[in-house]
Ligand binder design. Structure first.
Ligand SMILES: [Zn+2]
Length: 438
């Protein structure tokens, strides 16, 4: 058996050395799982605390993480640059530098008490792809740009997807002048990672700079883990509409005011909270609806609440269901205001449009997985990603791998070494196919 295997291997190498059949070599290309797992473990020790990962954007741990990524990129033969938004970019020149780049990226900042895989897997797997290509002497036609985006999580300033929004021209005025709770302007923190807020527009790229963008990420939800499917091809990143609903009733003595005459703002708020849930469940108007914050005033145990403020958000893969949910909650609030004699105001805090992923790239991901005998499942991303910014500029695709028990943004976030390696192999194969076809 062994002899046959050695013979087979020799025949195989001979065949491909004599007739370099590119298709076959590309299908056979596999990353080195241990090298990827080692780099995940090393990055996972930078900013690690007993309460989870604390590699918050712009923190000393974030800088140390980026330094580690820089060193990995350098040893992979990439040329490093940091753009004016602080994005860390490793360039691997292609055979035809006149072609637009294929970008592969994610982020290495974490939420407070976060996990070791969110973002990190995407960046480190992209570097592993470059290392594998180096091992196998595979070159690409296109330039490859590996991007570790600045401040994806938006910790501190509430300004998330910072680097990718800068790169795609999606920054808003407040993004440049934001000040954190310690009074430090974002411009000064940006300088710490090599950016420059005064020249931030220089980080903007144009559609013809890129042929495609790819991102490997943990699912951060339960679908793949519970179904036992190793690869998710993301159909789109859900949009989000955020509302603030304020209910004004009348604060009064909790002992002397009869039940019939009360204008209890919290009681109306409770009905609205239930309605938000019903809109996304029984009524199936949009995918998810959540009330994350409820503030009650005056907030004393012997006073009927006179005022309640709720944060409400609806998310969906398409914009119409989000807008329909907003219309529905507005109708229900008007009804409640009439019935309970309270005043209700609704203000829209913001809207992020859904970002569809490129259908052609979804097909390529599917083929890449099937060539490796891996089952795939189409699913939307409920969380936001740098890919949503990049998709406004260039055809974009996302590959998901299972998150154990669907847990993320937690120290318990975990994806198995096998899942990470499988995801990286599908990323590599997708990348090489795009390089040939685009
Ligand atoms: Zn992420």
């Amino acid at each position: 058996m062994t002899g046959f295997l050695i013979f087979g291997h020799l025949m195989y190498s001979w065949l491909f050395r004599r007739t370099p059949h590119k298709e076959a070599i590309l299908v056979e290309s596999r990353i080195k799982p241990q090298r990827l797992i080692d780099s995940l473990a090393t990055l996972g020790r930078i900013g690690e605390t007993p309460q989870g990962m604390m590699r918050l954007a712009f923190s000393p741990a974030d800088l140390a993480g980026r330094k580690y990524v820089t060193d990995l990129m350098k040893s992979g033969g990439m040329t490093i640059r940091i753009d004016s938004a602080g994005n860390l970019i490793g360039l691997k020149t292609g055979d035809n530098p006149a072609l637009p780049s294929i970008a592969i990226g994610s982020h290495t900042d974490t939420v407070p008490n976060g996990g070791k895989y969110d973002g990190s897997l995407g960046v480190l797997a992209a570097i592993e792809c470059i290392n594998t290509m180096k091992d196998l002497s595979i070159t690409t036609r296109h330039n490859l740009e590996i991007i570790d985006f600045t401040n994806e999580e938006g910790t501190g300033y509430g300004r998330w997807l910072y680097g990718s929004r800068a790169m795609t021209g999606l920054l808003e005025d407040g993004d440049l002048s934001a000040i954190d709770e310690n009074g430090i302007p974002i411009g000064s923190r940006l300088q710490d990672v090599g950016g420059d807020v005064r020249r931030i527009h220089e980080s903007e790229r144009q559609p013809n700079d890129f042929a495609a963008y790819l991102e490997l990420h943990i699912e951060q939800g339960p679908v793949l883990h519970s179904s036992g499917i190793p690869i998710g091809k993301v159909t789109g990143i859900t949009g989000r509409i955020a509302l603030e609903i304020t209910i004004r009733g009348f604060a009064n003595h909790a002992g002397t005011t009869p039940m019939s005459g009360r204008r209890d703002a919290l009681l109306s708020a409770a009905k609205i909270i239930q309605a938000v849930n019903t809109i996304a469940t029984d009524e199936e108007i949009c995918r998810v609806g959540t009330v994350g914050i409820a503030r009650i005033s005056p907030g004393a145990d012997n006073v009927i609440p006179g005022r309640a403020t709720l944060s409400v958000e609806f998310r969906d893969e398409n914009i119409k269901p989000m807008l329909d949910a907003e219309i529905r909650i507005t109708q229900l609030c008007q009804q409640e205001a009439r019935m309970s004699k309270v005043e209700i105001t609704i203000s829209r805090i913001g809207i992020t449009k859904p970002s569809p992923m490129d259908s052609n790239i979804q097909k390529i991901i599917d083929e890449a997985a099937h060539n490796q005998q891996l089952e795939t499942r189409s699913l939307p991303s409920g969380a936001g990603h740098d890919a949503q910014s990049m998709s406004t500029l260039t055809p974009s695709g996302m590959i998901f791998v299972p998150s154990i028990d669907g847990i993320s943004h937690s120290p318990n976030e975990y994806s198995s070494p096998e899942s990470c390696a499988i995801g990286a192999n599908v990323l590599l194969s997708t990348l090489l196919t795009i390089d040939r076809q685009f």
